[in-house]
Every structure is written in C-alpha cells, then in structure tokens.
Design a protein. Structure first.
Length: 194
C-alpha cells in the first residue's frame, strides 16, 4: 500500500511546476528516487544541472562521491538509499559564479510538503543530511564541524549530518574535517546495517 502511495506521490512531485508558476525558475524537472521499503533516506540541498538533464538524483560528480562514501559505509550500488532533497528542481547556477544557487526560502517552502509526504511514506530508520540546507532543516543551525561525525535520534529516526559531496565545497580540504567524515561514515555503517 505504501509503495503504491509513494509511486503516486513521486509522479505528482515530477509533475510539479509551482516554482515556475511563481517565477522562481524558468523550467522545472523535479527529481527523486527510491522505494517505500528503503530504510535509509538521503536528503540533499537540490539537484544540480546534471540531475536536471538526467532526471535522477545524484547523477553527477556529487553522486560519484556519494556512492564512494556509501560504499565505505557498507552500502553498495545495488542498495542505494531513497534520494531526495530540500527542493526537487535545479535552482540554476549561482549568479556570483561558483556552484549552484541556494534555493530561496520561498522555494523551500513550496517544496516542503513534498519532503514531508516522502518522509511519512518512506519512514526511514536513518536520515543522511547532506550539506548545510538539509542539516539546518533537520538538525538545526550548527557549524559543519559541530554536526558532522555525530548522530541524533529523533522521532524514531537516526539523523546523521554529513558534508555535501559536491566539488563546490572546500570543507573536506581540511584533514580534521576528513576525520569527521570518516566518523560519520562509521555511524552510517553501524546504524544503516543494523
């Protein structure tokens, strides 16, 4: 039953054009992937340009890095978690030139009901929070150094903050931060494979 409901929800998400109608985006192609039986759910910030073209979450370079991280945590390609984001469409490039534009609070608000419905149907045991926007939404505002490598149980779900795997972030250039990522991956291994 939940599987059918989730498939219907995913069709509605993919058909969404709220941000286009509101004038925030020139084009929409919401992306989401996964099954109602997935015990682990990934929440990122928003799809990138590659994901917009492919119609699949984490299809670009950040996806390659993410799959490497998941493999180190014991989750192989055949068992990829449910993949979603705070906003479901590519927000466009950052007008200042580096990376993608951060979705506006209005865009986040328009997408929030989709994410809430996904959470209600998937009911993940583990929620991987990739990057600042997802961490702020579920964990609360905290520097990455204070969040990554830790976990919190909330409403029957384990929250695990992680840096975003995109190349735009320089956070992992610091050796101390790479140690925190390794700690986070050990937590993922322990909690996701229980």
């Amino acid at each position: 039953m939940r599987g059918t409901e989730l498939e219907q929800l995913q069709r509605r998400i993919r058909a969404c054009r709220k941000c286009v109608r509101a004038g925030y985006l020139p084009a929409a192609r919401p992306v989401v992937a996964g099954k109602a039986t997935d015990r682990v759910m990934i929440v990122g910030q928003a799809p990138g340009a590659v994901e917009f073209e492919a119609g699949t979450p984490f299809a670009g370079r950040s996806g390659v890095v993410l799959r490497e991280w998941l493999a180190r945590a014991g989750i192989d390609e055949a068992h990829l978690p449910y993949r979603s984001a705070i906003t479901k469409c590519f927000p466009g490039k950052n007008p200042r030139g580096e990376g993608d534009r951060r979705p506006s609070p209005a865009e986040i608000a328009l997408c929030a009901p989709w994410l809430e419905q996904e959470l209600d149907l998937v009911r993940p045991r583990v929620l991987l929070l990739l990057g600042r926007l997802a961490i702020d939404r579920f964990w609360g505002s905290a520097p990455l150094r204070e969040a990554v490598g830790r976990m919190r149980r909330q409403n029957g779900c384990v929250l695990i903050p992680m840096p975003h795997p995109s190349g735009a972030s320089r956070w992992l250039n610091d050796a101390t931060n790479r140690v925190l990522l390794e700690r986070a991956l050990r937590i993922v291994r322990r909690e996701a494979l229980m």
